[in-house]
Design a protein around this ligand. Structure first.
Ligand SMILES: Nc1nc2c(ncn2[C@@H]2O[C@H](COP(=O)(O)OP(=O)(O)OP(=O)(O)O)[C@@H](O)[C@H]2O)c(=O)[nH]1
Ligand SMILES: [Mg+2]
Length: 353
């Protein structure tokens, strides 16, 4: 089993990339599983990954690198015993530093059956400038931790912007392999090359080698200082998060479900904008009706909520999960905004939640 850590700030495209890469590996005959660590109390990504036909396990609330260290070890063992996949993707939270997770895994006693593959860091090109302005040191560290950088959301960039961001990333981490792509778009040459590189790493483990520069610089805090270091992860980005899961008791047709999820998202987005007109992060929601599952995602103050259908529903009919993790808004405010939005909007639509 080869482990591939897929890191990157909130909403940069980690889950999208894991699904894309996972499906591609599956079509080539590899078995794939995903361990995902959402930042909030309730997971969203695991549901989306499952709906896309991949095995996934959600890690409980907390950060993989410290509070969940033992859970991570137990879950890796469990995934191995249960699925024994050829490839295990680990998606940490958007505020995690992946090298620290890799260091933790290397200390675990797994023997030769588990090898560490490359660390992948996703960069969202469309928010790069603002993110560097807001929490540059932390973004730089995520880039420098990577063996492979995926400069994602190329479809939202013009040629000049793309060239500028590429140059900055290459400057920050000249050793990393850099691919600029659009994970949401059609498969292109960059994605094919990425898959070839990942596939050729199996067995040999291309890049388990640590960068001595990084390790030697003392920027990576592990073990003893772990709890403090973890709190720092959130502080580095100044992100708070809140998530909750609701049961929709009324029967939900497709139209009613679309109104509910979009109305709740609009309300949450507007209220967060009042508190931070330039918020960055990820607001995401997932709703299952009896026949269809849908999601809505917003990653910055600029995004207009867009609805996506994610496979068919049934098994979790009525389950509505709401998640928000954004910069510079207190957690209590997020909690109030979410609870109020769900209650008031469902009430206005005559839906019993
Ligand atoms: N325009 C565009 N949007 C994309 C692309 N890739 C992903 N997205 C969108 O970006 C949003 C966030 O994607 P996710 O894959 O959920 O991001 P994530 O990093 O897993 O998010 P968290 O787990 O919450 O940190 C979703 O709405 C995706 O559809 C892309 O190439 N172009
Ligand atoms: Mg995700």
């Amino acid at each position: 089993m080869q482990i591939i850590i897929v890191s990157g700030f909130l909403g940069s495209g980690k889950t999208t990339s894991v699904i894309r890469m996972g499906k591609n590996f599956k079509s080539k005959g590899y078995s794939v599983a995903v361990l995902v660590n959402d930042i909030g109390d309730v997971g969203v990504d695991g549901q989306i990954i499952n709906k896309n036909g991949l095995e996934s396990k959600e890690m409980p609330r907390g950060c993989i690198c410290c509070t969940l260290k033992y859970a991570l070890e137990a879950n890796i063992s469990l995934v191995q015993a249960q699925y024994d996949p050829d490839i295990l993707f680990i998606e940490p939270t958007g505020v995690a530093f992946p090298l620290r997770i890799k260091e933790q895994i290397k200390k675990m006693d797994f023997g030769h059956e588990i090898s560490m593959g490359p660390i992948i860091t996703l960069i969202d090109g469309s928010r790069f400038g603002e993110l560097m302005e807001h929490s540059g040191d932390a973004i730089i560290r995520q880039i420098q931790n990577a063996d492979i950088v995926l400069l994602n959301k190329k479809d939202l960039l013009d040629r000049e912007q793309l060239a500028g961001i590429k140059a900055t990333i290459e400057d920050l981490n000249p050793d990393a392999q850099l691919y600029a792509l659009s994970l949401k778009g059609e498969e292109d040459g960059a994605f094919t090359s990425l898959m070839d590189v990942l596939e050729s790493s199996f067995g040999s483990g291309i890049s388990v080698t640590d960068s001595p520069g990084l390790l030697g610089s003392g920027t990576i805090a592990v073990s003893a200082e772990c709890t403090t270091a973890c709190e720092d992860d959130f502080n580095h980005f100044n992100v708070s998060s809140y998530a909750d899961s609701y049961e929709v008791k009324s029967f939900l047709g497709r139209e009613a479900a679309m109104s509910l999820i979009l109305d709740v998202m609009q309300s949450i987005r507007e209220n967060i904008l009042d508190l931070n007109p330039r918020f960055l992060g990820h607001l995401k929601m997932f709703l299952h009706t009896g026949t269809v599952a849908m999601r809505v995602s917003v990653t910055s103050y600029r995004d207009i909520p867009e609805l996506e259908f994610v496979g068919s529903g049934t098994d979790d009919a009525g389950k509505f999960t709401v998640f928000a993790a954004v910069t510079d808004v207190a957690r209590d405010s997020l909690a109030d905004i979410i609870e109020e939005a769900v209650l008031s909007r469902s009430g206005q639509l005559g839906i019993n939640v």
